[in-house]
Design a binder for this molecule. Structure first.
Ligand code: F6R
Length: 628
């Protein structure tokens, strides 16, 4: 969703801002803009454009380099919430008391989040003569700030006073023509970090924006105000008391956010899975399969129930976690959609472990679910890919996945590493509860350590000559499809859900994930020539039962694609195309999802590419959902 970048310094403000917004593009946006403060004018210069960033780049090109002297500025990518994606609604917003049609102003602001009391504030400001030019909630902040600055307050004081008027969630950054070498920023429940440089400093809503510019960052906490100049960063409480804050370092290299020869980030990230898994398991499982989760600082013996709260793909990782934890640890697990859980008056106590899964660590509903768990005294474990994200600060313990930055909106490597982390947790709980003998735990641990190799082998098989022609046939089946069904049972059911989600989000083809046995109770009505069925054939009883379910769809004209071990004759018999996996990858059924999801990711990718769609930035979607 929306992204914020800020810069103060003398090393090319506009370039830094545009580069930062470029790095945030993956989050999803529909318009973008900059506000720049130049020392020799008494107005903030502003430019905004609807559509891709290149439209903003073109508008900037028309200034013929006249912006070289700019020393501070703020930039924003907007994902519309209040008001359509128009230029008037794009950020930054300016406000000027008594000036009904201010196009430039003395104060400009960018904002992520939602100002819930904007309607009342707007009425109040209008009654004092402020004219509004947008439909946004943000514009009230611009007017509140400019009113104070015009009355002679400094920008920091104006921001502090304005914060007290706002309810909702927000991260804001403001510049004023009176203080052209300063940015003032603040936040409440939306993320904001300051990047530290030499003779220059940065601001962003996510670390990714500043990769390649700096590795040192400061977190701005809820309610704090950051005042940033080229030589200094001051963090204070709203009443002006200075706050000491240690910086943290991020070791992401610029290459981590570049395509590196791939056509799209999604394809790159699918191929990064072996490395991402290896990093996530490293230091937590030794070569003998012994587990070390001492980093958790949680007493896993003192737990009698687990609740997983998450959204989207992370929810699917939670569903898989339930199957595995219940099987290995004999402890009840509930998996909750975070947006529902937060309002459900949830039940629990101090022996309930609430696992909040979130790649970004900033999904609003997942954060609210954590708050609900806090309400009943539950222990909160954050399972996230983002160090120092909001969720890590609300949790008792953190289990980081080390997938590296995920840029494509459709999650791939974050999902597999979330699954891997859930296996680690399952092993930890099994150990603490004594539900699995040591030998069994070690064996599973060793096999888990092999999963990066298994995924590597699966990729090689799927992208070898035979794999490519099978994938082409599978994509051909989708050529005239109007919908599709993904079927799986046991541990393959959450993977069927994830396969369907992947396909629908990037190819816009209605797709349902279903437990194969449940399909007869409704979705079988969808089956015809134009509704391909993708079936994951598991092991043992699940394999036999799933095959029978597939036969039932064939009898009704379904065109079938199977995901199965290479050379599985039954899988070949029932399908027009089988997406093959190395047999070794399926030998430990509990762990098979780590590999089974790979052909489904590739299937979604190739179907979307075949349809000529932008796989990295599917329509209407945002990478991090930071509003309710
Ligand atoms: C789908 C996808 C989303 C996210 C969901 C939660 O491919 O990426 O469904 O999984 O928005 O996001 P996080 O994990 O950041 O909380």
């Amino acid at each position: 969703m929306c992204g914020i970048v800020g810069y103060v310094g003398e090393n090319g403000c506009v370039e830094v801002l545009m580069e930062g917004l470029g790095h945030l593009e993956y989050r999803g946006y529909d318009s973008a803009g900059l506000a720049l403060a130049a020392p020799d004018t008494d107005e903030i210069w502003r430019v905004r454009r609807v559509g891709p960033l290149r439209n903003l780049t073109e508008a900037l090109a028309e200034t013929n380099g006249s912006l070289g002297g700019v020393r501070s500025g703020i930039g924003h990518t907007r994902w519309a919430t209040h008001g359509r994606p128009t230029e008037a609604n794009a950020h930054p917003h300016v406000g000027a008391a008594g000036n009904a049609r201010a196009e430039a102003g003395r104060v400009a602001v960018v904002h992520n989040g939602i100002v819930e009391n904007h309607a009342g504030l707007r009425r109040e400001l209008e009654s004092r003569g402020h004219g509004f030019v947008s439909e946004t909630d943000t514009e009230v902040i611009a007017h509140l700030l400019s009113e104070r600055v015009e009355a002679g307050e400094g920008l920091r004081e104006a921001v502090a006073a304005t914060l007290g008027r706002l309810t909702g969630s927000f991260a804001i950054a403001a510049v004023s023509a009176d203080e052209p070498d300063t940015i003032v920023a603040a936040r409440h429940q939306s993320p904001l970090i300051v990047g530290l440089g030499e003779g220059e400093n940065f601001l962003a809503s996510a670390v990714q924006a500043l990769v390649g510019r700096t590795r040192r960052f400061l977190v701005v906490e809820n309610g704090e105000i950051a005042t940033i100049t080229g030589s200094k960063v001051g963090i204070t409480t709203p009443d002006g008391r200075p706050v000491e804050r240690d910086y943290f370092e991020v070791d992401w290299s610029p290459e981590a956010v570049e395509l590196g020869g791939y056509e799209d980030y999604m394809h790159k990230e699918i191929h990064e899975q072996p490395g991402a898994l290896a990093r996530t398991l490293s230091g937590r499982l030794d070569t003998e399969g012994n587990l070390d989760l001492s980093e958790l600082d949680l007493d896993l013996t003192d737990i009698d129930r687990v609740v997983v709260a998450a959204c989207g793909t992370a929810y699917h990782a939670g569903l898989l976690g339930k199957t595995v934890i219940e099987r290995l640890c004999r402890i009840p697990v509930d998996v909750e959609i975070a947006s529902e859980y937060r309002y459900s008056d949830p039940i629990g106590d101090g022996r309930t472990l609430v696992v909040a899964i979130s790649q970004s660590g900033e999904t609003t509903d997942t954060l609210a679910a954590v708050e609900s768990a806090r309400g009943f005294g539950g222990k909160v474990l954050a399972l996230t890919n983002t160090r120092d994200s909001l969720i890590t600060r609300e949790a008792d313990a953190v289990l980081l996945t080390h997938a590296g930055p995920e840029i494509a909106v459709a999650s791939t490597k974050a999902f597999t590493t979330q699954i891997a982390a859930m296996y680690l947790l399952a092993l930890g709980l099994a150990e603490a509860r004594g539900t699995l003998p040591e030998d069994g735990r070690r064996e599973l641990g060793q096999e888990l350590r092999r999963s990066p190799d298994r995924v590597e082998e699966a990729l090689a098989l799927l992208e070898g000559e035979d794999g490519v022609s099978r994938m082409r046939r599978a994509v051909g089946i989708f050529e005239e499809a109007r919908c599709s069904l993904f079927l799986g049972r046991g541990v393959s059911f959450p993977i069927a859900l994830e396969g369907a989600l992947k396909l629908k989000e990037i190819s816009y083809l209605p797709s349902e994930g279903y437990p194969a046995g449940e399909m007869k109770h409704g979705p079988i009505a969808l089956v015809d020539d134009y509704c391909p069925v993708v079936a994951i054939l598991g092991h043992g009883v699940y394999r036999e039962k799933t095959l029978s379910n597939v036969e039932e769809t064939m009898a009704r004209g379904a065109r079938v694609i199977t995901v199965a071990a290479e050379g599985d004759p039954e899988a070949e018999r029932v399908a027009e195309s089988t997406l093959p996996l190395p047999a070794s990858a399926l030998e430990t059924p509990e762990l098979s999802p780590l590999v089974v999801c790979v052909p489904l990711q590739l299937l979604a990718y190739h179907v979307a590419k075949f349809r000529g769609l932008d796989v990295d930035k599917p329509r209407n979607l945002a990478k991090s959902v930071t509003v309710e």
